[in-house]
Design a protein around this ligand. Structure first.
Ligand SMILES: C[S@@+](CC[C@H](N)C(=O)[O-])C[C@H]1O[C@@H](n2cnc3c(N)ncnc32)[C@H](O)[C@@H]1O
Length: 231
């Protein structure tokens, strides 16, 4: 058997080959929870005043949302990503923002190793949904301060006309590469009730579940945005 690179590595490598080194950017004016700009709520999901708050992103990619929270929200943000090339992009774009740090690593391993605690943890199509929820949510819960927020968006289980999983196992999904090819990835495709049950088991309480729809798409929801709070 020939070992394959992670689809996330291939995605980042193709993007970097096409765009070249990351240039310095200003932080975006809004936090996005979906791939459609301006859709649904923004950073207020994580709290109305994030100044000085410790915030962690699981699967930050090129760091746009982390940069927004650090520069515009004045939060102290750490972005973790599995792929070093993504962290290089994030640092290239936003390394000038002093209260944003970008670290290469697996979200679960980072949470297990850190002694830090957080006022908010979030994931935007990132590690939540791509790592076994019973492990990842438990690790998040241990690092959240009392009453702190976990929020995450995932591809909606009904986005392609399908249904959410009826068990706790992952399904095979595909990730579209910049060159248009698709590579397989395992994804947990739960509805809000199943997420709520998993959250409850780890000491978190689901506080909101929002279906987001692209305004010019068909009627199907594209993104599921879940918010929870530590007891
Ligand atoms: C679809 S991208 C989203 C990136 C970013 N959140 C955004 O909205 O632009 C998914 C990201 O999650 C990262 N990722 C996947 N599994 C991960 C894990 N176990 N730990 C940390 N990052 C992970 C990938 O490397 C990739 O950069």
């Amino acid at each position: 058997m020939i070992a394959q690179p992670s689809p996330w590595y291939t995605h980042a490598a193709q993007r970097m080959a096409a765009t070249g080194p990351a240039s310095t950017l200003r932080a975006p004016s809004r936090m996005e929870w979906s791939t459609h700009r301006g859709l649904g709520p923004g950073a207020e999901v994580l709290g109305t005043d994030l100044r000085g708050r410790r915030v962690l992103e699981l699967g930050c990619g090129p760091g746009h949302n982390a940069a927004h929270l650090a520069e515009r929200g004045q939060a102290v943000v750490t972005g973790i990503d599995l792929v070093g090339l993504q962290i290089r992009r994030a640092r290239g774009h936003y390394g000038h923002i002093g209260n944003a740090a970008f670290i290469t690593g697996h979200a679960l391993h980072y949470l297990q190793a850190t002694s830090g605690t957080f006022d908010a943890v979030y994931s935007v199509f990132g590690a939540v949904g791509l790592v076994a929820p019973e492990l990842l949510l438990a690790a998040v819960s241990r690092r959240l301060k009392p009453h702190a927020v976990l929020a995450f968006s995932v591809p909606h289980p009904q986005r392609a006309g399908g249904l959410a999983s009826t068990d706790d196992r992952p399904r095979q999904d595909g990730v579209t590469m910049p060159d248009g090819t698709r590579l397989p990835v395992a994804r947990w495709e739960f509805d809000a009730d199943r997420w709520a049950a998993h959250l409850t088991r780890t000491g978190l309480r689901l506080t909101s579940a929002l279906d987001l729809r692209h305004p010019h798409g068909d009627h199907r929801p594209t993104t599921l945005l879940i918010t929870a709070r530590k007891h």
